[in-house]
Write a protein that binds this ligand. Structure first.
Ligand code: HAM
Length: 417
């Protein structure tokens, strides 16, 4: 027999799975809109060339690529950032910067499957393009945290770990490691804790670093505080200043406690140029919840004018696992859901008219589509209904329906229409 299950790593969403997915998506959308981000979208199919050249190194090997019937090399997007850069570059003359855009993008990566990693996931992308002030970083981090709060994730459950590639560059220069090696060093150091040290040293050596430089670069990852870093690069370091300015703004947003300096955050994507950050659950048991940073050169590399940019990607998989593992209750106000059923064919029309008039008032109404026994009706209603009306011949004769509150079990009467 052929196997007709979903391809490995791809997900089906049954209605019960959509409850959690909607909780995540609705919170993303509400937080993005509340912070003034505008929605945009594009197709999941992109030109392979764009994705290969502009995506981070790590992702390039994971791209789902194929030829279309016209022989074009195309691919399923692995992330949204190259597409966003392409879209913005195409309208650079007419857009009014800074722009704040968001999207919920389905992305595909042929990854080794582990907890928190699927071959297909959705990502909230929040990006601010055309703003060099550190307010951009603060605004995207705040908005991601606002989404977590809307989902019912307590502030104590996660921490945003933050660093600055420009600081790492200053530190590497201090070790006499030339700038041309920095890009390679970033990508290698990002792998710390993910692959054995010997393999990272091997990569660094291939990049051209001496054994001594490798060891020194590794030691940088042991820096434990901003003060320790400042003691090396000096108090006038612009990259330290930027981190301090960012922390002051995060304090204004009321989210200072949730963000920590962590030199080991480098990020695996090559286009980041400045502040980089990743959010993790406090226990460190799951993969990154969201990640992002400043990428001031990406537009230039695809033919646009130099434009500062900052943004993040926030996946649905890891946060979904955390919400389930910690059993976090949904704190969003739940809409009323009225169930309407009837005993016999003779009450069908009265039930249908009642459903239409209650829906017109804005209520969510689930109308049963055939006569039922009361037991079957209340069993079905019990799972999701907040209130229920079950019409029998007496109700129709009296012109009134009894609405049962499913929580308090109290009954009130409403006229039939
Ligand atoms: P990223 O760190 O590669 O960044 O992905 C962002 C988030 O997407 C991760 O933190 C994780 O939540 C989720 N994610 C990534 N890959 C998978 C996977 N295979 N399965 C499940 N979830 C996954 C980017 O993609 C950047 N383009 C983000 C960005 C936007 N930077 C600036 N603007």
């Amino acid at each position: 027999m052929a196997d007709f299950s979903a391809p490995r790593g791809m997900r089906d969403f049954y209605p019960e799975d959509m409850v959690l997915r909607n909780r995540i998506f609705d919170s993303w959308r509400a937080a993005a809109v509340a912070s003034g981000f505008e929605a945009y979208d594009s197709c999941v199919v992109e030109s392979l060339e764009l994705l290969k050249r502009k995506a981070g190194e790590e992702i390039v090997n994971q791209i789902y690529a194929f030829q279309d019937k016209g022989g074009r090399e195309i691919a399923l997007r692995a992330e949204m950032t190259p597409t966003l850069a392409r879209m913005v570059a195409a309208r650079q003359g007419s857009l009014r910067f800074p722009i704040k855009w968001f999207t919920i993008a389905q992305c595909f990566r042929y990854e080794r499957m582990t907890r928190g990693r699927k071959r297909e996931h959705y990502q909230l992308n929040l990006d601010i393009i055309g703003e060099e002030a550190v307010s951009g970083e603060a605004e995207v981090i705040y908005t991601a945290i606002a989404a977590l709060r809307k989902m019912g994730v307590p502030d104590s459950a996660y921490r945003v770990h933050l660093s600055n590639r420009a600081l790492l560059s200053e530190l590497l220069l201090g070790l006499k490691i030339e700038e041309k090696f920095h890009q390679g060093a970033f990508i290698a150091l990002d792998k710390k804790g993910k692959i054995p040290r010997e393999e990272i040293e091997q990569i660094l050596r291939e990049e051209g670093l001496t054994d001594e430089a490798c060891a020194a670069a590794f030691n940088l990852m042991e820096i434990r505080s901003l003060e320790e870093a400042e003691a090396i690069v000096g108090p006038d370091s612009p990259s330290i200043r930027r981190i301090r300015d960012l922390f002051e703004l995060l304090d204004c947003y009321g989210i200072r406690e949730q963000v920590v300096f962590d030199i080991s955050v480098v990020r695996g994507l090559s286009y980041y140029t400045g502040i980089v950050f990743e959010a993790f659950d406090t226990q460190g048991a799951f993969r990154a919840i969201f990640g992002g940073g400043r990428y001031d050169n990406l537009l230039t590399t695809i033919g646009g004018k130099p434009t500062p940019a900052v943004g993040l990607g926030f996946g649905d998989v890891v946060i979904g696992e955390i919400i389930q593992a910690l059993n976090l209750p949904d704190t969003r106000p739940q809409p009323e859901n009225l169930f309407i059923g009837y005993m016999q064919e003779a009450q069908r029309k009265a039930a249908t008219r009642l459903a239409a008039s209650e829906r017109a008032k804005g209520k969510h109404v689930t109308l049963q589509l055939h006569p039922q026994k009361p037991k079957a009706f209340f069993a079905a209603a019990g799972e999701t209904a907040t209130s229920a009306v079950f019409l029998g011949p007496d109700d129709v004769a009296s012109g009134k329906a009894r609405v049962k509150n499913m929580t308090t079990r109290e009954e009130t009467e409403i006229p039939l229409v």
